[in-house]
Ligand binder design. Structure first.
Ligand SMILES: *[C@@H]1O[C@H](CO)[C@@H](O)[C@H](O)[C@H]1NC(C)=O
Ligand SMILES: *[C@@H]1O[C@H](CO)[C@@H](O)[C@H](O)[C@H]1NC(C)=O
Length: 486
C-alpha cells in the first residue's frame, strides 16, 4: 500500500486543525457517496473499508464516470459506466454502459509489450468519446488483467502492464493511476463480483442477511464470496501464511459488511479437467466420452485424455472428481471446511441465496437445461446431475448431433464438466442438491440487463473513491486505493 507523498508533512497541521476539519467534514460525510479504504488493523479480519461520503466529484454536473478495462485471456474489453449522485447507474446513450471488445487479448503480444498496450487504443478512444470533455481529467481509468496475463512467464506480465501504464499516462485524457493497472487475483475478482451482483439487485445498504452469495467458476479458479455476521467474522480463522485473509470488511451504502471470499486456484473448470485426468492417469478416464482418444493441454502440460474401455460413467467419474477435489481427505483444521482444508466461512444467511456465474451458466445452456437467451435461470444442483447422467451415457459420435451447440473441442469433456460442476456444488460447497440456485449472466437493473461481472464492482470503487485524495488522506485515516487494496 503506497502512502501519498507528503502525507506525513501534513500531520501536525492536521492535529491543529482537526476540530475544524471534523466540523467541515461531517456534513460532507453525510451528503455524498465515496468509497474509501482503511489501514489494516486486526489479524484475522482484513480491514479495507469501503464507505460513502456523499460529495460527487463535480457538483455542478452531478455525474461521475469510470472506465474499466478487463484484460482477459481471449480478448480485451472496456466498460464505461456513468453514476449519478446517489451512485445509481445512468444511461450512456441507449445502454446502461458502454461496452466494447477486441480480440486477441494482451497475452497474445507477449513478445512486444508496446504492441500489447497499443492494442487497447481503439477501445480507449471509444471510451473517451462517451465521457464529456470537462469530466475526462477527473474520470478514473483502470485496467484489470485476469487469467491470460497471470499465466505468462517471467517479467512479461510486468512489462506489458508497464507499457499499459505509459499508454494511459501519455495517450489518454482520463485520470490514470499506475496502481489502477494490475493483475487481479481471484480474491479481488470474487469481491468485486459480489459487489456488482448485490449492487444491481439493490441489496447494498441492507442487512447482510439480505445479500446473496456468489460463486464464479472461471477457467483457472473458482471463487466463493458471501457476507457473514459480525459474530462469525470475529471467529474467522487466520489465513495460512502467504494466503489472503478469509474475511474483509467493506463499507457500502452506509453499511459494514464482512465479506468472506475464497479463491480456489486449480479448481476452475479448465484447470479441474487436468486435476481429474491426473487421477485416472494412463488407464483411460471414466469422464471422457467413449470413442475419444487424445490428450488435454493445460498450463503447458499434456494429460492423457482417452475414454476408458467401458466408456464414460457418471458414478465413476464423480468419484474421480471427489478425489481431485480432495473432499474426503481430513485436512480441515477449522470448524468446518469446503475442500482442500479451506474454511467454509460458516455459512449463514448471506449464503442462502446463491448466484452462480460464468462456466456454470455456459455449460447449463450447452447441455440444454436452460435457455441461453435468458439472462438468469433458476435451477438446482440436481439439474447438473441429471444433465451429467445424460451426457455420460452418450458416445462422442452421438454427442456431435445431440449437443450441436457445444464447441467441438469441449465435446469430449461434456460428461466431465457437468459431473465436476455437480460435485463442486454438492460435495465441495455442501449445497443441497435440491436447493434453488440462480444461474446468472446478466442482472436486470432498471429496464436493462447489466453483465454480472467484476468490472462494475471495480467501477463503483473507482468512481467514488479516487476522488479528492487530499481531503481523504488529509484526515489521516485513509489510504490511497488500489483494487480493493489490502
Ligand atoms: C463540472 O461540470 C460542469 C458541467 O458538466 C463543467 O462545466 C465544469 O467545468 C466541471 N467542473 C470541474 C471542476 O471539472
Ligand atoms: C467420499 O465419501 C462419500 C461419503 O462417505 C462416499 O460416498 C464417496 O464414495 C467417497 N469418495 C471417494 C473418492 O472416496
Amino acid at each position: 500500500m503506497t502512502k501519498r507523498p507528503g502525507y506525513r508533512l501534513h500531520d501536525d497541521k492536521i492535529q491543529r486543525y482537526r476540530g475544524v476539519i471534523l466540523v467541515i467534514s461531517i456534513p460532507l460525510l453525510l451528503i455524498g457517496f465515496v468509497l474509501f479504504v482503511m489501514p489494516s488493523g486486526e489479524e484475522s479480519v482484513e480491514r479495507y473499508a469501503i464507505t460513502h461520503r456523499k460529495v460527487p466529484p463535480n457538483l455542478s454536473s452531478g455525474k461521475s464516470y469510470a472506465v474499466i478495462f478487463d484484460a482477459g485471456s481471449s480478448g480485451s474489453r472496456v466498460h464505461v459506466y456513468c453514476f449519478d449522485r446517489n451512485l445509481d447507474l445512468v444511461h450512456i446513450g441507449k445502454e446502461l454502459e458502454l461496452f466494447e471488445q477486441i480480440k486477441p487479448g494482451l497475452s497474445a503480444y507477449a513478445a512486444n509489450p508496446r504492441e500489447a498496450a497499443e492494442s487497447l487504443l481503439t477501445l480507449l478512444d471509444k471510451a473517451e468519446s462517451v465521457v464529456p470533455k470537462e469530466l475526462r481529467s477527473s474520470t478514473p481509468v483502470r485496467v484489470g488483467a485476469t487469467a491470460g496475463l497471470r499465466a505468462l512467464e517471467g517479467d512479461t506480465p510486468d512489462r506489458i502492464l508497464n507499457a499499459v501504464k505509459e499508454l494511459l499516462k501519455y495517450r489518454s485524457s482520463l485520470k490514470s493511476d499506475p496502481q489502477g493497472v494490475t493483475v487481479l487475483d481471484g480474491m479481488q475478482e470474487g469481491a468485486y463480483q459480489w459487489v456488482t451482483i448485490n449492487y444491481l439487485l439493490g441489496n447494498l445498504g441492507q442487512d447482510y442477511s439480505e445479500t446473496v452469495g456468489v460463486v464464479d467458476l472461471g477457467g483457472g479458479s473458482v471463487q466463493m464470496a458471501y457476507a457473514i455476521s459480525d459474530e462469525a467474522a470475529a471467529k474467522a480463522p487466520g489465513a495460512s501464511p502467504g494466503e489472503d485473509a478469509y474475511v474483509s470488511k467493506m463499507y457500502l451504502r452506509g453499511r459494514t459488511y464482512n465479506l468472506y471470499v475464497h479463491s480456489y486456484l486449480h479448481y476452475g473448470l479448465l484447470a479441474a479437467r487436468a486435476e481429474i485426468l491426473k487421477v485416472s492417469g494412463k488407464s483411460g478416464s471414466p469422464c471422457i466420452l467413449s470413442g475419444y482418444e487424445g490428450s488435454y493441454n493445460y498450463g503447458g502440460v499434456a494429460f492423457d485424455a482417452s475414454s476408458s474401455s467401458a466408456g464414460s460413467n457418471m458414478n465413476d467419474c464423480r468419484r474421480q472428481a471427489q478425489q481431485a477435489l480432495k473432499v474426503n481427505e481430513s485436512t480441515c483444521t477449522h470448524m468446518k471446511c469446503t475442500f482442500g482444508g479451506v474454511w467454509n466461512g460458516g455459512g449463514g444467511d448471506g449464503q442462502k441465496n446463491l448466484f452462480v456465474a460464468s462456466f456454470f451458466f455456459d455449460r447449463a445452456a450447452e447441455a440444454g437445461f436452460i435457455d441461453p437467451n435468458q439472462p438468469v435461470a433458476q435451477v438446482s444442483a440436481s439439474d447438473f446431475e441429471d444433465a451429467a447422467k445424460r451426457a455420460c451415457q452418450t458416445s462422442l459420435k452421438d454427442a456431435k448431433s445431440t449437443y450441436s451447440h457445444v464447441d467441438e473441442a469441449n465435446l469430449p469433456y461434456l460428461c466431465m464438466d457437468l459431473v465436476y460442476q455437480f460435485t463442486l456444488l454438492v460435495d465441495g460447497f455442501a449445497v443441497d442438491p435440491w436447493q434453488k440456485i440462480t444461474l446468472v449472466k446478466k442482472v436486470k437493473y432498471q429496464n436493462a440487463y447489466v453483465e454480472a461481472a467484476w468490472p462494475l464492482g471495480s467501477a463503483i470503487e473507482a468512481a467514488h473513491f479516487d476522488w479528492k485524495l487530499d481531503e481523504i488522506t488529509g484526515m489521516g485515516v485513509f489510504r490511497l486505493p488500489g483494487f480493493l487494496s489490502r
